[in-house]
Design a protein around this ligand. Structure first.
Ligand code: PLP
Length: 392
């Protein structure tokens, strides 16, 4: 029997929702082609759509519309937060210090590294064995008065939720700006920026049923950022450039829908994730759930199959029509465990056999059953292969 493919890689990207596509279409052809900066009617019509999307996104995350800066995606927003805050600090005569979690997305880690190239300093904040930020390390870092602290709300490889309310409160007490990457959390767990002290926050459309190449940086509390781009005065000069109108409209609609559906999705996804987790643990020996002791976003399940080879495991899954992703990356010709799993202190032999399943709106119970039916065999094959190659 031929099964339809099972997509369990929603943390990588999600299909565009039909409502989002429908909202975008008028801006991809026809009369709504104006430049939103033009004062004539063609411009005004399009400007109204951009401002409508800004309101939709602002409301979805609990901020004011003028606190939304559209960017080309999560990566740009992360870079703008870290580098924009550090360069602004330098302009004000303060040291450029970026304090970032060790399990952050590469967009944050690389931006912090760029701060070092620019003559500043990075402080890498460790996590505990479950992947949660260590608050004692944060305290030490705050004493150095960094220009920015950046800790993501939910981790993209493990789903682990950081104690962001606590981190925000401590940053506020210390008078230090706090940035959080909301890319994996938004639409999956309650996110209300009116409740948590956050100065800067990153959103990306394509993880919530929107198009790729569009995102936003939420800029609160009059946080000043040195722009990374220079040009016309769009978006108060913080991020100039003619706006990606269709993308922005898509982001606004995706955000509105994600916020509307969030509560029900959290419950539904958590039930499916729990079922997948229980079934996999019951059917495979020496299998470990990453961040098992921590609160986790409901759509991500990362497991480590000790002694297996993640790459071959993903290949087996792909052959069976199941799309997931791994926990390792090719670095200088060798396969290395991801920086996230390494930072959590997971032994290499387990981390190399890591697989991430990430669930989404279309995921059903039968998808979970399909994975369970083949995962055990796939792990066995992969373990035999790893042993034959002398890696186990
Ligand atoms: N931050 C996190 C946590 C992510 O998962 C991703 C996507 O992989 C990004 C940032 C980057 O977002 P984008 O793909 O929109 O550049």
């Amino acid at each position: 029997m031929v099964h339809p493919a099972v997509y369990l890689d929603h943390a990588a990207t999600t299909p565009v929702r039909p409502e989002v596509r429908d909202a975008m279409l008028p801006f991809l052809g026809g009369e709504l082609f104006g430049n939103p900066s033009s004062s004539h009617r063609f411009g005004r019509a399009v400007r109204a759509a951009v401002e409508g999307a800004r309101r939709e996104l602002a409301e979805a995350v609990g901020v004011a519309p003028n606190e939304v800066i559209f960017t080309s995606g999560g990566t740009e927003a992360d870079n703008l937060a870290v580098l924009g805050a550090c360069l602004e600090a330098r302009e004000q005569g303060h040291p450029m210090i970026a304090a970032v979690g060790t399990t952050e997305h590469k967009a944050i880690l690389a931006a912090a590294h760029e701060v070092v190239h620019l003559g500043g300093r990075e402080i890498l904040l460790p996590v505990d064995d479950d992947g949660r930020l260590r608050l004692d390390a944060l305290e030490l870092a705050l004493a150095e008065r960094p220009a920015i602290v950046s800790v993501m709300w939910a981790n993209n490889e493990t789903g682990v939720l950081h104690p962001v309310a606590e981190i925000g409160a401590r940053c506020r007490t210390a008078g230090v700006r706090f940035h959080t990457d909301l890319v994996q959390a938004f639409g999956k767990v309650p996110v209300d920026l009116a409740e948590v002290r956050v100065d800067l926050a990153t959103v990306s459309a394509h993880k919530i049923g929107g198009p790729k190449g569009i995102g936003a940086l939420i800029v609160r509390n009059r946080t000043r950022l040195a722009p990374r781009q220079h040009g016309g005065g769009q978006q108060a000069g913080v991020r100039p450039g003619t706006e990606n109108v269709a993308g922005i409209v898509g982001l606004g609609r995706a955000a509105l829908l994600a916020a509307r559906d969030r509560a029900a999705e959290t419950v539904r996804l958590a039930a499916l994730r729990d079922e997948l987790e229980a079934r996999l643990l019951a059917s495979v020996t020496d299998l470990h759930v990453t961040g098992q002791g921590a609160p986790r976003a409901p759509h991500i399940l990362s497991v480590q199959a000790a002694g297996a080879d993640g790459e071959s495991l993903l290949h087996q899954l792909d052959l069976a029509g199941i799309a997931a992703s791994g926990g390792s990356a090719c670095a200088t010709g060798n396969v290395e465990p991801s920086h996230v799993l390494t930072a959590m202190g997971i032994p290499r032999e387990r981390a190399l056999g890591a697989v991430r399943f990430s669930l989404g709106r279309e995921t059903t119970r039968s998808d979970i059953e399909r994975v369970t039916a083949i995962f055990g065999q796939a792990v066995e094959k992969s373990r035999r292969l790893a042993a034959a190659l002398g890696r186990a």
